[in-house]
Design a protein around this ligand. Structure first.
Ligand code: C2E
Ligand code: CA
Ligand code: CA
Ligand code: CA
Length: 279
């Protein structure tokens, strides 16, 4: 038993070391990835539950590394968040996404809204509001078409600062969604003070519908609460017709997920939007 314990310990040591090495490497390479144009954006459609009309797209970051291939944001965003790299990356994403949105509009493509993810560190940087102004000014992006997605972690421990910054940006016409709603640690008490427009129900509550009665009850409760509080609701990660039917029966506003489309490279998104418009 003792030697097994030692073996386990040694195994843990080396795998943790490997993980630490990979983090360090990724952090170093991520720095140059920005300058070397290895980052790109995919776009996932967001549609009406009732009728399927396109209501917007969410920009999702991709890293095409020449050495490592496609690296998932689920892996490199947390690493970028540990350093301050996420602030520069986040600004690049905002600029790039706004540029793209304006290009779509100029090409006559009808996409009502652009959603961009904002990390906690990026949001709380002292010049975040000015950076958003700057991105709008540089690109000519219409602020009322811009939706920023923040998670509950942005609010945690920074309620006053968060409300203040949201109010400044909302005054411009920008809207806000609370991302991954229900998956975080925060209480519901902050919700009524937060000037958000939309809740995005985390995929973990959607994925086992219609087999998980508890998750169905949670989705129902979130929808009822959102209705009372004046939030619209997007369900994330909708993969099946049954899930969509459930959301429709419960009066959920919008959905996003593989059932409609995976996140798409720009050219494919244009195609998708064109086909939707022809229906
Ligand atoms: P998120 O903001 O919750 O984005 C939704 C994620 O769910 C995306 O993963 C999307 O590809 C995936 N997804 C959408 N529909 C389905 C579905 O039907 N089934 C399944 N299994 N997955 C679905 P992705 O693109 O890998 O991004 C992961 C996370 O990385 C994002 O989660 C977000 O937290 C973060 N992220 C991505 N881009 C950015 C960015 O530009 N800035 C920041 N700060 N974070 C980003
Ligand atoms: Ca998001
Ligand atoms: Ca989400
Ligand atoms: Ca999520």
């Amino acid at each position: 038993a003792k030697s097994a314990g030692r073996r386990t310990l040694r195994f843990f040591d080396s795998s943790m070391q490997l993980q630490a090495d990979r983090r360090l490497l990724i952090n170093n390479e991520l720095r140059s990835a920005l300058d070397n144009n290895e980052l790109l954006l995919y776009y996932q459609p967001q549609q009406m539950v009732e009728g399927g009309e396109l209501i917007g797209v969410e920009a999702l970051l991709r890293w095409q590394s020449p050495g490592r291939g496609m690296i998932s944001p689920a892996e490199f965003i947390p690493i970028a968040e540990e350093t301050d790299l996420i602030v520069d990356i986040g600004y690049w994403v905002l600029l790039q996404a706004c540029h793209q949105f304006v290009a779509w509009q100029e090409a006559g493509l009808h996409i009502p809204q652009l959603s961009v993810n904002v990390s906690a560190k990026q949001f709380h940087a002292p010049d975040f509001v000015e950076r958003v102004y700057e991105a709008l000014a540089i690109t000519g992006m219409e602020p009322t078409c811009l939706n920023l997605e923040i998670t509950e972690s942005v609010v945690l421990g920074h309620a006053e600062d968060t409300i203040q910054k949201m109010a400044e940006l909302k005054a411009l016409g920008i809207s806000f969604a609370i991302d991954d709603f229900g998956a975080g640690y925060s209480s519901l008490s902050y919700l009524k003070r937060l000037p958000a427009d939309e809740l995005k129900i985390d995929r973990s509550f959607i994925q086992d519908i219609p087999h998980d009665a508890d998750n169905m009850a949670i989705v129902e409760a979130v929808l009822a609460m959102a209705r009372h509080m004046g939030f619209s609701v997007t369900a994330e990660g909708v993969e099946s017709r049954q899930q969509l039917a459930f959301l429709q029966a419960q009066g959920c506003n919008f959905y996003q997920g593989f059932l409609a489309s995976k996140p798409l490279p720009e050219a494919n998104l244009r195609h998708y939007v064109g086909r939707l418009a022809e229906r």
